[in-house]
Design a protein around this ligand. Structure first.
Ligand code: URA
Length: 286
């Protein structure tokens, strides 16, 4: 997909509250679109990738209404082999395993497990933190207000979870069960749930992973970024990381963006970076 924006994408970005360009004027003489939008979007992505860019100290994302804890929960730092039973599972078996999982205490309070949604063969994987109240009730990730913002951001780059976009996307969380009262995930919960996400990645084989928020970033980068739990999310942005050989771009959690709309432009730059990584991957394999 080109970085030049069509009317639909402009509308989406406007809805997100992102204004990274002035309205594209038609050239009076040629009738062509101004190159300015694409230039500015590319500049935003470049700015995100630029070393030495100003780092925004962000309170790591927590869904609206979540208790804000200032310290990062430590997560496991060594990659354990996947348990043999999980390593052998296909999508159906994995979904069933999650649905009946009792590996941590979250199974006692959950109403539904939230396995993931979208196109299991999509090239894009979006990873969030954990289900909130609405997700727990509906069994689907990102169905609340943060989910609406996420959908709009994804639509702006042609991705739709229902498969009607130019490209598919799969959306999953680090935790498959809702932490009570939307508290932060605990290290043991992340550790117990991690094999499920790892197997999802193995089965999907995405070409890009967008990690939304602190817990997704920590969980995916724990074996490749030393001391990742101590690194502010803002410093993990603007680089291309790796998870099981898949490029990972870190961005803000949509719930954080709802509280901090001035950072939406940075999230847009992160999306552009991810798009750029995808396009470069496609070009390399063409
Ligand atoms: N926040 C997340 O990280 N995931 C969801 O599914 C909903 C809110």
């Amino acid at each position: 997909m080109s970085l030049e924006l069509d009317e639909r994408q402009r509308a989406m970005l406007q809805e997100m509250g992102v204004r990274v360009w002035s309205p594209a004027p038609l050239s009076a003489r040629t009738g062509e679109l101004s190159p300015e939008p694409a230039r500015q979007v590319k500049a935003a992505a470049a700015e995100a990738a630029a070393p030495g860019k100003p780092v925004v100290s962000e309170r790591p994302a927590a869904p609206v209404g979540k208790t804000v804890q200032q310290t990062a929960a430590p997560v496991p730092t060594t990659a354990q082999p996947l348990p043999a039973d999980i390593a052998a599972m296909d999508w159906d078996a994995l979904r069933q395993a999650v649905a009946s999982c009792q590996a941590c205490g979250l199974c006692e309070s959950r109403k539904n497990t939230v396995f993931g949604t979208g196109d299991t063969q999509a090239r894009w994987l979006v990873v969030g933190e954990a289900p909130g109240e609405n997700e727990d009730l509906q069994g689907e990730p990102f169905v609340g207000t943060a989910g609406q913002l996420l959908d709009n951001m994804l639509k702006a780059v042609g991705l739709r979870r229902d498969g009607t976009g130019e490209q598919g996307v799969y959306i999953a969380n680090v935790l498959k069960c809702r932490p009570p009262a939307n508290r932060n995930p605990q290290p043991d919960e992340v550790a117990q749930c991690e094999p499920y996400l790892r197997r999802q990645v193995e089965l999907q084989q995405p070409q890009i992973i967008l990690a939304l928020g602190r817990f997704a970033a920590q969980s995916l980068l724990q074996t490749t970024v030393p001391d990742v739990a101590r690194i502010p999310l803002g410093k993990l942005r603007g680089q291309v990381h790796s998870y099981q050989g898949v490029p990972v771009v870190v961005s803000y959690h949509p719930a954080y963006l709802l509280r901090t709309p001035q950072d939406k432009a940075k999230a847009w730059a992160d999306l552009c970076l991810a798009l750029d990584v995808m396009q470069r991957g496609e070009a390399a394999s063409a």
